[in-house]
Design a protein around this ligand. Structure first.
Ligand code: F6P
Length: 324
């Protein structure tokens, strides 16, 4: 392998820049050329490439987002799109590809590998932490810290006004963010996509905590929570079924995906980039790099995309006990 390309795809996450930097510098360390591809698979199809050397990634380890930009490419889902991408890759004499993204991006990489027998390696980048084969995806830790900071601020105003706040956090399919920030932010209840708490239980629990002397409360709601009501409907339900609580809603949204990566994510990104490039150089392909028991391991892409990581039930129990 003499030339490796790197791209970021799907929803961005803090630490993607640090991972690009690591891929580029590991290539430089091994005297391999590195090419950055702009706008994910879209840039692969349009031939938007730029040669990157060790110095061209200076000053980005601490930056959120991805300087290579990201996209969700519809065209890459088609045979024609992937063929165009392959033709560009051949023309540019690229012989390995590192894809930084989530499960959708890995599915694309896997199909591309099958069709053209082209070496690919995945780095899991998403704040959702929903990818099998790593205890942490890139950006998860930063997002947790961002959300906890926001909840702390909401708590200040909630307690000043004796209010109940529903705080919506990201997590369309999984409750990892909600569960962790709920515990760290001292939430009364945590609503996640994996478990249906039930509206009555929610109201009972809030009533109980009122009676036990709590004057304000925070309920963390994952955007895909299983009760199946959106956060404003939840507010209306509690308004109708609870006496005297002043209820407010705060939807945190995309601010959760931005910001400078935490120390943990910068280190993780650096480790993942080294592992991804060196694995390609060892002739491995079609894997995702991941952190398992604090060791960098490879998981076949096929397994990485097979399902979502399960929530830790112990955390649910801890959260229950903490809200006593
Ligand atoms: O990055 C993952 C994620 O944050 C999900 O939790 C969320 O539902 C989704 O991305 C929203 O992304 P977009 O607005 O880019 O479609």
């Amino acid at each position: 392998i003499k030339k490796i390309a790197v791209l970021t795809s799907g929803g961005d996450s803090p630490g993607m820049n640090a991972a690009i930097r690591s891929v580029v510098r590991t290539c430089a360390y091994h005297n391999v050329e590195c090419v950055g591809v702009y706008r994910g698979y879209e840039g692969l199809i349009d031939g938007e490439f730029e040669v990157l050397d060790a110095r061209s990634v200076k000053g980005i380890i601490n930056k959120g987002g991805t300087f290579l930009k990201s996209a969700r490419s519809k065209e890459f889902r088609t045979v024609e799109g992937r063929k165009k991408a392959y033709e560009n890759i051949v023309k540019a004499e690229i012989d390995g590809l590192v894809v930084i993204g989530g499960d959708g991006s890995f599915t694309g990489a896997m199909i591309f590998n099958q069709e053209f027998d082209f070496p690919v390696m995945g780095i899991p980048g998403t704040i959702d932490n929903d990818i099998v084969g790593t205890s942490h995806t890139l950006g998860f830790d930063t997002a947790l810290n961002t959300v906890v900071d926001a909840i702390d601020k909401i708590r200040d105003t909630a307690s000043s006004h004796n209010r109940l706040f529903f705080v919506e956090v990201m997590g369309r399919d999984v409750g990892h963010i909600a569960l962790n920030v709920g515990i760290a932010g001292g939430a009364e209840e945590i609503l996640i996509p994996e478990e249906d708490l039930g509206l009555e239980r929610l109201v009972d629990s809030l009533n109980r905590s009122r009676k036990s002397g709590k004057s304000s409360s925070i309920v963390v709601v994952a955007e895909g929570d299983k009760i199946g009501k959106n956060i404003f409907e939840l507010k209306d339900y509690v308004d109708e079924n609870m006496e005297g609580y002043d209820v407010r809603v705060s939807v945190l949204g995309h601010m959760q995906r931005g910001g400078a990566p935490s120390c943990f994510d910068r280190v993780l990104a650096s480790r993942m980039g080294v592992k991804a490039v060196e694995s390609l150089l060892e002739g491995k392909s079609n894997y995702m790099v991941g952190l398992i028991n604090n060791i960098m391991e490879l998981t076949p892409l096929e397994n990485a995309i097979k399902g979502k990581t399960k929530i830790n039930l112990e955390l649910l129990r801890v959260s229950d006990i903490m809200s006593t």
